[in-house]
Write a protein of this length. Structure first.
Length: 360
């Protein structure tokens, strides 16, 4: 667990100062904590203060019961990884990595070998390249490997994979999840994408004007946001277990994970999406609320492969549309529909409905 008590004032030219005041526990019970919020609300500055890149009015840091008072970056137990990868241009990728191995002064036994860090970042083919020949995403991968080699127990990821396409980003997120579960590394992740955080974070913190507005699991966070958010920004996050795949149709089949595995409902996933999903254990998958249609009938005469049976647990109306939340087995599915459809279906709490959507 990481306990943080931090007060910091960010001076902003031509704008009022931002006062960051955060006192909270992160990464409890070996979980990954995600932080999101509007631009300019202090997310990046918070991580940089934790990593010792800025001094603070007040700062105490406790990692797994051990005090780690405010320290400068080189001697700080937390390593900051931002969206802009900064590598030594005159050194190849492998020499950039070996430099941090030789120069790091934190810890004794290495947490990861150079070979393992390179494999985790997926940069085996880039080792002899120089930064000037790398894409932005490749630089981010190299920077991530360098952070793993810093030997610091806490990795702070600030939009660290933003230059990667979605499937590559999910590949890196799965790597973070695996490292969190198999090593002593702990992660705090900042992202503008709540959907991205839903794939790896068990607890999400919403930061507003430098303070914690709300902290909860992803489902509770989405319920909280849906009270005021526009429906199109909503999504659902599923936990799935792999069943099989049909290579001829480029479709894989997954069970919706829940308490009643004997009668588990299936979700069909396209090959491109399934590439970044782990076949062993639980995999995560998100679907936007505006991709889901609702019906009173399980209509098999449709192009939509997925049909899940659920019970209406919540209906929230906005100006032009509504979010209908279904309880599907033990999980939650949200659909964004028009008010006309809401009234036509006469949707009410406790009603049984079918949620239809294409293979994701």
């Amino acid at each position: 667990m990481i306990a943080i008590n931090l007060k910091h004032t960010l001076n902003r030219p031509n704008r009022s100062d931002l006062h960051i005041n955060v006192c909270a526990n992160f990464c409890e019970n070996k979980t990954i904590t995600g932080i999101f919020g509007d631009s300019g609300t202090g997310k990046s500055r918070l991580l940089k203060c934790i990593a010792g890149l800025y001094s603070s009015n007040t700062f105490t840091l406790n990692i797994d019961g051990h005090e780690a008072q405010a320290r400068p970056a080189h001697n700080n137990p937390c390593v900051y990884v931002g969206s802009e990868a900064i590598l030594f241009e005159h050194l190849s990728v492998v020499k950039n990595l070996k430099l941090i191995v030789n120069k790091t002064s934190y810890g004794q036994a290495p947490l990861l070998s150079l070979r393992d860090a390179v494999k985790c970042a997926g940069i085996e083919h880039l080792l002899q390249q120089f930064p000037s020949s790398l894409s932005s995403g490749e630089k981010q991968r190299a920077q991530f490997a360098r952070a793993l080699l810093s030997n610091k127990p806490v990795v702070l990821l600030d939009e660290a994979f933003s230059a990667l396409d979605w499937n590559a980003r999910m590949e890196m997120i799965n790597t973070v999840k695996q490292l969190n579960s198999t090593t002593s590394l702990q992660f705090i992740i900042v992202s503008h994408s709540l959907k991205e955080l839903s794939y790896c974070c068990q607890n999400i913190i919403k930061l507003h004007q430098g303070e914690i507005e709300y902290s909860a699991s992803i489902d509770k966070m989405l319920s909280y946001l849906s009270q005021a958010s526009h429906s199109s920004s909503m999504f659902s996050s599923f936990k799935l277990t792999f069943v099989d795949e049909d290579s001829s149709d480029h479709i894989s089949r997954w069970y919706l994970h829940g308490e009643h595995q004997v009668n588990a409902q299936c979700v069909y996933v396209s090959a491109s999406t399934a590439t970044g999903m782990q076949r062993s254990g639980l995999a995560s998958l998100s679907i936007d609320a505006n991709q889901v249609s609702l019906s009173r009938f399980n209509n098999s005469q449709t192009s939509m492969l997925n049909s899940l049976t659920g019970v209406v647990s919540e209906v929230l109306c906005h100006e032009n549309d509504a979010i209908v939340t279904l309880k599907v087995d033990t999980q939650v599915l949200r659909a964004s529909i028009s008010l006309r459809s809401l009234h036509a279906l006469d949707i009410h709490l406790g009603q049984k409905l079918y949620a239809l959507f294409k293979a994701l």
